[in-house]
Design a binder for this molecule. Sequence first.
Ligand code: GLC
Length: 674
Amino acid sequence: MIQQDFSTSEQAAEESVKVSAFRHRHAHLLSAAALACLQKANSGVESALSSLEVRDQQLFRLRLARWFQNLYEGLLPVYGQRADFDDFMERLVLLMARHYVQRPDDLKLLDVERDLEPDWFQHESMLGYVFYVEQFAGKLSKVGDHLDYLEEMGASYVHLMKVMQSRDGENDGGYAVTDYRRVDSSLGTNEDLESLCTDLRARGMSVCIDLVLNHCAQEHPWALAAQAGDAHYQDYFYMYEDRSLPDAFERTLPEVFPEFAPGNFTLDEKSGKWVWTTFNHFQWDLNWSNPEVFLEIVEVMFDLANQGVDVFRLDAVAFMWKRMGTDSQNQEEVFDLMQALRTCSRITTPAVAHKAEAIVAPDDLIRYFGVGRHHGKVSNFAYHNSLMVQFWSSLASRDTRLMTRALSEFPRTPNSIAWGTYLRCHDDIGWAIADDDAESVGLNGAAHRHFLSSFYAGEFEGSFARGGVFQFNRATGDRRINGTLASLSGLEQAIEWGSPELVDLAIERILLGHALICGFGGIPLIYMGDELGLLNDYHYIDTPDHAGDSRWMHRPAMDWEKADRRHDLNTIEGRLYTGLSHIVRVRRKASQLNARYDTDIVDTGHPHVFTLANRHPLGTLACVYNFSESTQYLNVQPLYESGIVELYDKLSAREINVYNDVIELAPYARLWVT
Ligand code: GLC
């Protein structure tokens, strides 16, 4: 415990006045225990902040007081049992103060802007664009050559991939980090990152990068020290003398990469210990029960935020806490830790938002926004994996009943968050379809998942898709799928077969998907190239570092010649780009698509049509999508019941013809009805 040493009684009196004023002002925000903890932790803050203007110091203190309860409640269940908990909290508060002092003025201004507009990321004008820097521009410094392109598309947020230094050779697409602080030398320098962030910010775009929380590379200095026998660093990982604990854990653990890396533990020859490696053998899981790991990562987070990164994608968060007898995913402590991490950002770098990457079942997924005591405190946005999977499922089966069922069962989200809605990302697609959802619409879950894999691998008779199987799991029979949006939607096959009719259908499917993710209320995330219909890249095997990982099939290099033809409606890329741009433009003017408002699934009973209602105090926006290549007829009574008064389609800017309460839907039609 740290005691203040007051040299004079006046100083002591002055301090006690400050403390009671503080206590008085924040009594409603802080429990007695949290207040006591904060007062102890506060001791070093004064001198850490002393170089700042008084108003600037006050701002930090206000934020600290405002959010400290969340921080305390996140960390107490995880580290509260430790004798050094108070010291830990003191170090953490000091770390926050120091990084606040280092924060550049323009970012502090952004902090204030976002204090004033905490829902900035929920706005209907948000559009994310996601790319590997290597594939988009080669280098960070070259991304700047394409800012007009990003701005024209309407991007307000870019997710840059593989930014921090990763190991040479196989590196899981950059997710095996050897240095969390240094930009990968193949892409440029930290100065390049900082100046790119500044340029993007000047155009109103946020910058997201990955924070790989669950593991680092076996070549990271922490892991190297652990291999060499340093006990301090061995405690950063899960290392076991023999197989007894690993075997006991294995009984209930699934395998993430059953083909690349069967099992969850790897024998490290140097230390002679078994190391927890959920993903590849070269990715060592970090031990978050060690508060040193928490402090290290928080410092990394602040450093990057001070370089201008304003969204962190928290990679593979579900795996951050291990518990014997479970699958060691989505454990309660994960949410405590995430709440604490987010609170650290809220206090020190409030412009920063957190995005959870948790590809888990719906009931668990919702916990990444916080349920119960974590309500609304865990992350700002998370991937809507189920929407993505259901899109592909309905597209293959031309049947929307499973989609309607699974998505209407989805738990409600807090109104302070946003879904990241997407069709494709840099990863494979896993068929996360619950058996009971499948059963409730008369399907067998395993059989349907099997059908989807065969369909998208292009094996199923009559399939339009061209994709590849990723990670066949012999134990469960699961086969995940690779492929770009365009290739999986039929464009590759249509071009190969030289069929203009099939090209038309593929384009309609792609635009149906874009309309779905843009019309959901959330942040639509466009994976690079999907705006132009880039096809699978089968040449990834010629690049030695990519050859071993077939996900590179759907991470093609940007085709700037196609991009140059984006306004030419005689080209496929022109039709796709123009179609997407139109959807994005309409979206920006649809306040119902602000993520804060509820999105309800409407069950119209129609087996080929998917319908949802975006609620808004000024009126509902209903989205109607025909998932089949034939004309469908929909009875509009359920739309009227869901609050639609006049049938006007915002996407085509036309009144919809109604005949005997029925409307006609063209193949793959998409309507946004007010
Ligand atoms: C995330 C990434 C994926 C990576 C994994 C392990 O799921 O998106 O690409 O393989 O985490 O880091």
